[in-house]
Design a binder for this molecule. Sequence first.
Ligand code: CAA
Ligand code: NAD
Length: 291
Amino acid sequence: MKIQKVGVVGCGLMGHGIAQVAAQGGCMVVVYEAEQKALDAGLARIDKSLAKLAEKAKEKGGSFDAAGVRARISGSLDKQALADCDLVVEAIVENLDVKKALFAELGKLCKADTIFASNTSSFPIGAMAEASGRPARFVGLHFFNPVQLMKLVEVVRTDKTDAGVFEAARAFGVACGKTAIACKDTPGFVVNRLLVPYMSQALLMLERGDASAEDIDIAMKLGTGYPMGPIELTDYVGLDTTLFILQGWVKAHPNESAFIIPKILEQKVAAKQLGRKTGQGFYKWEGDKRT
Ligand code: CAA
Ligand code: NAD
């Protein structure tokens, strides 16, 4: 079950990166987007990232075929472009109803042996698998942000995932240059089950006035060696995405004390300060850099 043609749905922070690493792994890739503006922005991000990787390779005396990778990626506003893909990876907004509706449509549109994967941060893979009408051919493929640089992919199987489908998805993750770990279909899988409560505790700390955002971030960078502090990381991930994750968990698991929504997060999202992607969150951003 070799994956040669990959569809990616959504060309935002995650989708553009997934499309790029799939093409770097040798696959032909089509990215489907709902909006032309988002598609253009995502493809421009890919161009910038490829140029950076080529520059880095040159500095090290090597080479990187940016043009060759780019030539394997195309964009479309027409879902029909996904019909003959071997694998479709969904990376749209973190909203379970919207994801289920998408997979119900893709289940009817794609060829019978297309494998479906969701990059969801927090929702049950099983719920989307049922909506697709082909639960045996459904996995979670959870990449990390920025996809081009982070070395992990979590491969999530449900009780109904076919063993061969799981293996094909795992092999695809490895072809994308990642170390793949196997996860069960639990809230947040491995990483987010630990990381998101940590981020939410940092925001509660800020809300209480225990320390400034800068000091919380410095503390975790210098005190534990994390590359980013939790508040900067919340900006990097997206405040909307972080809120959607917590809202989904609080609704589904009201008795789990680790799942708490800080008011400060709700307020920032209501003010449309979503972090890096809008240039303002808890910090100001210019492109991918905190100013
Ligand atoms: N493509 C190519 N190159 C890139 C890039 C990209 N997408 N992003 C950054 N780079 C380059 C930068 O341009 C920079 O190049 P120069 O050295 O020439 O300036 C280089 O990579 C290093 O980047 P930075 O200077 O920004 O600094 P850094 O060394 O801190 O690395 C980082 C950046 C890898 C993002 C690092 O800060 C990091 O690991 N942060 C933590 C990220 C993390 O925890 N991600 C997980 C989030 S949670 C998640 O993803 C799951 C979920 O469901 C929410
Ligand atoms: P984003 O807001 O940056 O991008 C989402 C994109 O999907 C947008 O460009 C939007 O136009 C598009 N879109 C929305 N609905 C669509 C539809 N029905 N059809 C086609 N395109 C549609 O979001 P993101 O940060 O890339 O997150 C995407 C998914 O990846 C979410 O499930 C999120 O939880 C998950 N994720 C996010 C991160 C992160 O750090 N941001 C990390 C891992 C996983």
